[in-house]
Ligand binder design. Structure first.
Ligand code: GDP
Ligand code: MN
Length: 348
């Protein structure tokens, strides 16, 4: 049974910023991907889906970053897939190495210990550089300085629905600075002292803490302990100027000085999430129900059949993680007094 078209241009839904002549206004925005040359075919799949579901109508640029030079095949294939301009940047060593104050012996012992305890990526040096880079440096790469907004894309992710409006424009118009589609609890073994560092930062920089913050989302006891909730950062649409602000850079540098990227295995997801929760007003963080997304092993499939049909979604709503016990998204709705999408109870 075909759905009755309800608007003269049903393909583009109700936001109405796409006309037959294309988007009405282009934002100063880019996709950004950190990848190795060996990630080529996995990132190619992600790009193809982002293009088919969104960017073929918008032609935003795409910045690729790597700690090594990209090879010709990587550039040839990715530039043929992206409908906007592509840029390729090599990360300078300072942004992908041990800072001078890190005790190498101590860091090595931690890696050996974590390997024994089978903590995911616990023995990896490059993964730690990656997490520190994504936490503190991607937004200040020379190629990123020209842009105000970013959308992070990783290899092997999927987009299951049309994105029929411009999320960058949505964020600007609605005064959003950071956004997510999946939230969950962090493995405590990777961040045992992260919250101690955060508390020290809060004490040293009360002037940076937003008045109407989301501390209650990430702490159940007024800030004494961290409940491990975080937004999954392999998907992010956000404002680069916020990340480049004194508030966020001071926050990152305070954490970096404490060494937990190397003495533990702090992820960029809890770092961005805690930063957003403390430094932004809670109204500045957005949950995109209508951007359907998969990164192994979790799916965000929009709640609400009407949305899924309108956006030609191909995800199985049974796989939606939002309202399951290990997701923090329910807490986000409760804190912000948002009405949950109709039908959410059936997906618990
Ligand atoms: P996971 O999602 O936490 O399992 O980690 P991934 O393996 O997906 O890595 C996160 C992102 O960093 C992906 O975009 C990877 O392509 C990228 N990445 C991870 N390690 C490296 C590395 O050593 N060099 C480069 N250039 N990119 C990396
Ligand atoms: Mn990944």
């Amino acid at each position: 049974l075909a759905a009755e078209p309800t608007s003269p241009n049903p393909q583009y839904g109700t936001h109405g910023d796409l006309t037959s002549s294309g988007p009405s206004e282009k934002m100063n925005a880019t996709f950004v991907t950190l990848a190795r040359n060996t990630d080529l075919w996995e990132i190619a799949r992600s790009i193809r889906q982002v293009e088919d579901r969104f960017n073929r109508n918008y032609h935003y640029d795409w910045v690729f970053l790597n700690d090594k030079p990209f090879d010709e095949t990587f550039k040839k294939v990715t530039s043929s897939l992206v409908s906007g301009k592509t840029h390729y940047g090599e990360i300078k060593e300072e942004h992908w190495s041990f800072p001078s104050w890190i005790d190498q012996d101590k860091a090595r012992k931690v890696r050996e210990d974590m390997a024994q305890r089978k903590i995911i990526y616990g023995d990896s040096i490059s993964y730690r550089h990656m997490c520190r880079f994504e936490s503190g440096f991607f937004f200040r790469q020379p190629l990123m300085m020209n842009y105000e907004w970013y959308w992070r894309v990783e290899p092997s992710v999927e987009l299951f629905c049309d994105v029929n409006y411009d999320p960058f424009k949505f964020m600007r118009d609605n005064k959003k600075k950071y956004s997510f589609v999946i939230s969950l609890y962090e493995y405590v073994e990777t961040i045992p002292t992260l919250w101690d560092s955060v508390k020290k930062f809060m004490k040293n920089h009360p002037e940076h803490i937003a008045k109407d913050n989301s501390l209650a989302l990430i702490s159940d006891d007024g800030g004494d302990t961290y409940n491990k909730c975080h937004f999954w950062s392999n998907f992010e649409i956000g404002n680069l100027e916020w990340l480049r602000s004194k508030q966020y850079v001071d926050f990152f540098e305070a954490l970096d000085k404490d060494g937990g990227f190397f003495y533990e295995r702090w992820g960029d997801a809890p770092v961005h999430s805690i930063g957003a929760s403390l430094l932004l007003d809670k109204s500045e963080i957005h949950f995109f129900n209508d951007i359907a997304y998969y990164h192994v092993p979790f799916t965000h499939c929009p709640t609400g059949e009407e949305t899924r049909l309108k956006l030609k979604c191909h995800c199985d709503p049974k796989n939606n993680f939002d309202w399951k016990g290990y997701s923090c998204t329910s807490r986000f709705f409760d804190l912000n007094k948002l009405e949950k999408p109709a039908g959410w109870e059936k997906e618990q």
